[in-house]
Design a protein around this ligand. Structure first.
Ligand SMILES: Nc1ncnc2c1ncn2[C@@H]1O[C@H](COP(=O)(O)OP(=O)(O)O)[C@@H](O)[C@H]1O
Ligand SMILES: [Mg+2]
Length: 264
């Protein structure tokens, strides 16, 4: 498989008023086309920072990110982002939200209509096409956010804890649908989560990150056949192994927070 996303020696330092925060350090990662990668770690270990750098929203302080060999210097249509908080336009209906990017691209009205109809059907949103985001459940809104990225046909999907705010059942349904979409469209997916179980359920590869500075702690290939059974032995062995790795970073995070409390 050819390399799709290449992250080369990436560092990111945020200048804050009292001290610089090293959010990412020495990140090296080659992601082949079509791979489903989860970035896993507790809060504060730089997952969003790395995703935003690949998206081109916030560039690295040093190092390079390449997509198809081209250095990322700004956001582009080859990379679609799905956020945890529903970044939908509240004044647009479901179908207008999904078709918005296509309108910007100058696609004809009938073409937009048929593309949007296809995607709405695929994501079980057809009955909701004229609703506004405020009248949808969280799960439905995330379906719209996914449909909007699919409409643009970006080969790369970047997802920042997209199911983090959903209840367990809705979350599982959307995970299954995402896997189906991934299989059907052959996307390369970079998916941020702090849920160990979610990462094992979804990913070909789990990249565990450390807390401040954010580095790659472990890069694990997951070869379990899909659909994966969260109650199976192999699933649970991996869960145990990853729990140790994540727990250590969680403890470092907590120790850091306590330090701030006692020096305030
Ligand atoms: N704009 C910013 N300014 C200063 N510090 C930031 C900024 N964005 C993120 N950070 C810090 O960088 C670290 C990584 O943040 P983030 O990428 O959001 O982590 P995660 O997504 O894993 O929770 C955190 O310590 C956070 O406080
Ligand atoms: Mg984050």
């Amino acid at each position: 498989m050819s390399t799709h996303i290449q992250i080369q020696n990436v560092q990111k330092v945020f200048q804050t008023t009292d001290h610089p925060v090293v959010a990412l350090k020495d990140i090296q990662l080659d992601i082949p086309r079509g791979q489903f990668v989860c970035l896993l770690g507790p809060s504060g270990c730089g997952k969003s920072t790395l995703l935003n750098a690949v998206a081109g929203f916030s560039l690295p302080t040093s190092g390079r990110i390449r997509v198809d060999g081209q250095v990322v210097s700004e956001p582009g249509p080859d990379r679609g982002m799905v956020f945890q908080e529903y970044a939908l336009f509240p004044w647009m209906t479901v179908s207008q939200n999904v078709g918005f990017g296509l309108e910007i691209k100058g696609m004809s009205k009938p073409d937009i209509r048929s593309r949007v109809d296809d995607l709405l059907a695929k994501l079980h949103l057809s009955d909701f096409r004229d609703r506004y985001p405020k009248d949808l459940s969280g799960g439905m809104r995330q379906r719209v956010a996914i449909a909007r990225v699919l409409a643009l046909d970006s080969p790369i999907m970047l997802m920042d804890e997209p199911f983090g705010a959903l209840d367990a059942l809705t979350r599982r349904t959307l995970q299954d649908e995402l896997l189906k979409i991934w299989g059907e469209f052959g996307k390369t997916i970079l998916f941020v989560t702090h849920s160990i179980e979610e990462s094992i359920y979804l990913a070909d590869r789990i990249v565990v990150m450390t807390y401040r500075p954010g580095t790659i702690k472990r890069d694990v290939m997951v070869s379990l056949p899909r659909p994966r059974d969260p109650s199976g032995a192999a699933f649970n062995d991996l869960k145990k192994e990853l729990s140790w790795l994540v727990m250590e970073e969680q403890q470092r995070h907590q120790a850091d927070e306590l330090k701030v409390l006692t020096t305030d």
